[in-house]
Design a protein around this ligand. Sequence first.
Ligand code: CTP
Length: 391
Amino acid sequence: MMGRERSDLQGRHVVLGLTGGIACYKSAELVRLLTKAGATVQVVMTEAAEAFITPVTMQALSGRSVVTSQWDAREPNNMAHINLSRGADAVLVAPASADFIAKLAQGRADELLSLLCLARPRETCPLLVAPAMNREMWSHPATQRNVATLEQDGTRILGPGCGDQACGEVGDGRMLEPAELLEELVAFFQPKVLAGRRLLITAGPTFEPIDPVRGITNHSSGKMVHLATPRGVKRQNVMTAAQMYEAVVPSAADHDVFIATAAVADWRPANLSEHKIKKEGKKVAPTFELTENPDILAAVAALPKPPYCVGFAAESENLLAHARSKLLRKRIPLIIGNLGPATFGRDDNALLVVDAQSEHALPADGRPTDKLTLARALMQELAHRLQAVQA
Ligand code: CTP
């Protein structure tokens, strides 16, 4: 995914504010990730932050002089607090100490970073804050009150994470990891076309065991199952089609959309051997009786109040005909076709979007494009269709 995210912040200018906290060491890595993703990063540090990491390090990584004082005479008009945020797409404070959050909540501005947060144009330059502190400090009612105030003021709070803390304690308050902050920032800049909708998605191949060491599975790109769970996604791991059915069907009606991307094995061995089937001593290869797996997508589509169902069709030929017949057979409003062998394990793909009335290629010119771009285009497509259904 890193390759995909690389250009996601292309042309974005981010002011990264560091306040006093041991998590400052993670901000060095964050600058590296942000610049790799195409952003320009202007680092601003409080005096306390300088006790944890030097401006020299941050300057070398960001390729820009670090600003630490509102009295910085390098600014021709001597107004660093104004100039810094005017061309910025966002101000991200990471780490944000409990003290700095308290200052922001009160609108205080006694040093450069809080001053520029207050003076930024709120319409065009959002403020994102990644808290980092001891768990007692984080859970303290004063901090919770301040965080709630910041959220009311339109500030986006990122995290904090949970786990081991520098002080040796364990709990909520860790700054999110740099890669998580990058993911949050990339998502923040994305259009929120499905805001408020609940989506249920199946992904990856299923595996149908024959015995404890063997099984039947489907070709799936592997791009799905081995991915880390995206932030904000509740993930439930299953192995077999029957388990996927149980995990999906009972709760499907609680969702607005069901997207069946999983490569579900159509059949499973009728009998599971408790022990490994041994080759030794056998003259003929064993045979297996197969039994059909339930069709998860068709079952969801047949619910009394089904979510909007999107199916996938991975075919090796006659894409349109097969996709259309699946649309009818499974009684779903939308199916996305692709040629399986051409896309398994690859980062790019070309899709055919098929509904009851029409079909079109995605991208429009039919030329393969990267899967992240395609996924985003699909979500746009879905959002339009949901609006049309509701209208
Ligand atoms: N699907 C499902 N449950 C199954 C089989 C398929 O939910 N038991 C879903 C897939 O996730 C996909 C769609 O149905 O969204 C089409 O899957 P595919 O395997 O291509 O279709 P089949 O019905 O198995 O048809 P065929 O094997 O004839 O191509």
